[in-house]
Write a protein that binds this ligand. Structure first.
Ligand code: KIV
Ligand code: NA
Length: 266
């Protein structure tokens, strides 16, 4: 399989071919998802929740994102690797954004970056794109603004549908190569997908987006908490690991591990 590149994503939209994105935060999952044919891997700042155990994505640092991104890029032979710019590392100015994004590319080996925000981020998206950094935008519910938005709420209802379309058009005009649309009504996301010519990647945004994204621990059933309504769980990795850990501990307690085949003779 050849490396996924940005023009391939646009071509898939033109052909009406849907595709799936998954998050990844380490080399093993990057390899597994890459070999499973996932064309785009997102090193999400959802790592704040899924890897580091924080309540929100706000505390995630650029250093943390760089380290996770380098691991994923090392494991991804074919997938396009997109890294999230974490909170506070791009909102101050387009220059701050450029310096932060350049670190994700140079040190993290990312192929593109993602940032949250619509029309207000247009000058920043333009600056990054002109400087050789492809940008995936992220509109609708934007988790880094959880404290401003008043918690997890569905976006794009009523008048907000027009604002969502305006945001999508603005990020497209600024040069974004794709846009994540999170937790908005299916109708609002469908309208954006029909009227904007870059790929839309939905999460809790209905079936009419060009692509979908899920956090892998949600998709595979690794986490312990409640998952949002928009998640479909495809495996029960948590119980597989729990059973493995218990079986190992029981073998050790019983003296049945290590056996002769795991031991070295003199
Ligand atoms: O951080 C993340 O995982 C994300 C996706 C859920 C879109 O931003
Ligand atoms: Na994110």
């Amino acid at each position: 399989r050849k490396r996924t590149r940005i023009p391939h994503l646009r071509a898939m939209k033109e052909r009406g071919e849907r595709w799936a994105m998954l998050t990844a935060y380490d080399v093993n999952t990057a390899q597994i998802f890459d070999e499973a044919g996932i064309p785009v891997l997102l090193v999400g700042d959802s790592a704040g929740n899924t890897v580091f155990g924080y309540d929100t994505t706000v505390p995630v640092t650029l250093d943390e994102m760089v380290a996770l991104t380098r691991a994923v890029a090392t494991g991804a032979a074919s997938a396009l690797v997109v890294a999230d710019l974490p909170f506070g590392t791009y909102q101050a100015s387009p220059e701050q954004a450029y310096l932060s994004a350049a670190r994700l590319m140079k040190e993290g080996l990312a192929h593109a970056v993602k940032l949250e925000g619509g029309a207000e981020m247009a000058p920043t998206i333009e600056r990054l794109t002109r400087g050789g950094i492809p940008v995936m935008a992220h509109i609708g519910f934007t988790p880094q603004s959880e404290h401003t938005l008043g918690g997890y709420r569905v976006q794009g209802r009523g008048d907000a549908a027009a604002q969502l379309l305006e945001d999508a058009r603005a990020v497209r005009a600024a040069g974004a190569f794709s846009v994540v649309i999170e937790m908005v009504t299916a109708d609002a996301a469908a309208a954006v997908t029909a009227q904007v010519d870059i790929p839309t990647i939905g999460i809790g945004a209905g079936v009419d987006c060009d692509a979908q994204v899920l956090v892998w621990q949600d998709m595979a059933g690794l986490g312990s908490g409640r998952t949002p309504r928009f998640v479909k769980q495809y495996a029960d990795v948590r119980s597989v690991l729990t059973d493995a850990a218990r079986a190992y501990a029981a073998d050790v307690a019983a003296g049945s591990f290590p056996a002769a085949e795991h031991s070295f003779e003199s």
